[in-house]
Design a protein around this ligand. Structure first.
Ligand code: DP6
Length: 395
């Protein structure tokens, strides 16, 4: 007789911060030195998908990521598993059957629908999706953002949709360092996101190591965390609540610039943005100057890719500008991916006013057109990435 396997399959979103998290006050619990805020992106374009299964028949915990078996011998993953089981146990004391399940080993299989190499926030989506799936498997309800936070800081914001704040909290045990939804994905439905994937073969410093060095060496980071971010968070929440795009855009760009200034203020310095990233910055400011107000905002994470926030009405013209300054190979049918929108060619007179030379073909690999979307989703069993024996269906 085959041994029972219980499984759940879920998807989880990427999030892109508009007020950046950079620096920890506790490395193990992953507690930040400042609050942060992000938009959760639609899972139609970018998502992690994870199946978690538990069975008395499994001999050890195992995990497969994008088709490759990975070690689970990683303190962050172990903390996440431990915390989920602890919470499930606390809820279920007395219910024998369920308690039994908590001693079973798990199999985890996860894949992204976008290239990990694109330098997008794949770990946030993956960790949020894993924690959400485990919470469904072990029937843990309530806020799970503090568990996701222990997998990767920014992952805690991916457990909710819309615009999400990560409150830094004050407690030593991290119990108040949680994510909270500021506005749902339906609040500002016109909000769109263009991700410009910059061709990059340059290796960069990972976020975890980078922020450690910044905390140790950057006086600007200390000033940012103590003086700048608290006020900026207030202003950003207000801008989102009022749907005031100009303020939202100005705050987003200033915060990205300050984060990258902190990176340069780190010793030795860290630079994530490339020449192309800086040209994108100039193009955005030129477009905003043309409109005489901010209609477009850039933000850059720990890599050269630009993430542009804008309203739906401006997408065709902005795509037209991008195609002019960053021309693409006409054979590349996959250049603009995601939501459909026909680029609108800007008038030559307007282009002449912008003192940027068009880049050679290939400066951008491709563009993802997406929007702000909902939090993690539970899928039907037929979408499972594990077969009836608990092994990946792709093997
Ligand atoms: C620049 O969440 O990847 O994207 O907590 O060490 O896993 P760890 O770091 P991570 O850092 C993300 C940094 C950022 C800014 C942000 O998303 O807020």
């Amino acid at each position: 007789m085959s041994v029972k396997i219980i499984s759940k399959t879920c998807t989880g979103p990427v999030n892109i911060a508009v007020i950046k998290y950079w620096g920890k006050r506790d490395e193990k619990l992953i507690l930040p030195i400042n609050a942060s805020l992000s938009g959760t992106l639609d899972q139609q374009q970018l998502r992690a998908k994870t199946t978690v299964a538990a069975s008395a028949g499994f001999t050890k915990d195992r995990m497969w990521l994008n088709g490759q078996e990975q070690s689970l011998d990683n303190p962050r993953l172990q903390n996440v598993l431990k915390e989920i089981r602890r919470r499930a146990r606390k809820r279920k004391s007395g219910c024998e059957d369920d308690l039994d399940m908590l001693t079973w080993r798990v199999h985890i299989c996860s894949e992204n629908n976008f290239p990990t190499a694109a330098g997008l926030a794949s770990s946030a989506a993956g960790l949020a999706c894993l924690v959400f799936s485990l919470s469904k498997l072990f029937n843990v309800d309530g806020d799970i953002s503090d568990i996701a936070r222990q997998g990767s800081g920014s992952a805690c914001r991916s457990v909710y949709g819309g615009f999400v704040e990560w409150e830094m909290g004050k407690e030593k045990d991290g119990s108040d360092s949680v994510a909270r939804q500021v506005a749902s994905e339906n609040h500002w439905p016109e909000m769109r996101v263009l991700i410009l994937v910059v061709s990059a073969d340059k290796k960069h410093v990972g976020s975890t190591a980078g922020m450690q060095t910044s905390v140790k060496t950057s006086p600007l980071l200390k000033h940012r965390a103590e003086k700048i971010v608290p006020e900026r968070m207030q202003a950003m929440i207000e801008a989102i609540q009022k749907k005031d795009f100009e303020s939202f855009a100005d705050l987003t760009m200033k915060d990205s610039n300050q984060f990258h200034s902190v990176c340069l203020d780190t010793y030795p310095p860290i630079s994530y943005m490339t020449d192309i990233s800086h040209k994108i910055v100039r193009m955005v400011h030129a477009i905003n100057a043309h409109f005489k107000k901010s209609v477009l905002a850039y933000t850059f994470d720990a890599g050269p890719n630009a993430c542009l926030y804008l309203l739906e009405d401006h997408v065709p013209l902005v795509l037209g500008f991008i195609n002019h300054f960053f021309p693409y190979d006409v054979n590349n049918e996959q250049y603009i991916r995601g939501l459909l929108s026909e680029p609108q060619k800007p008038e030559q007179k307007l282009l002449n006013d912008i003192p940027i030379n068009p880049q050679p073909v290939g400066a951008l690999q491709y563009i993802i057109h997406t929007k702000v979307g909902p939090g993690p989703q539970l899928l039907e069993e037929e979408h499972s990435l594990l077969d009836v024996s608990g092994m990946p269906t792709s093997l």
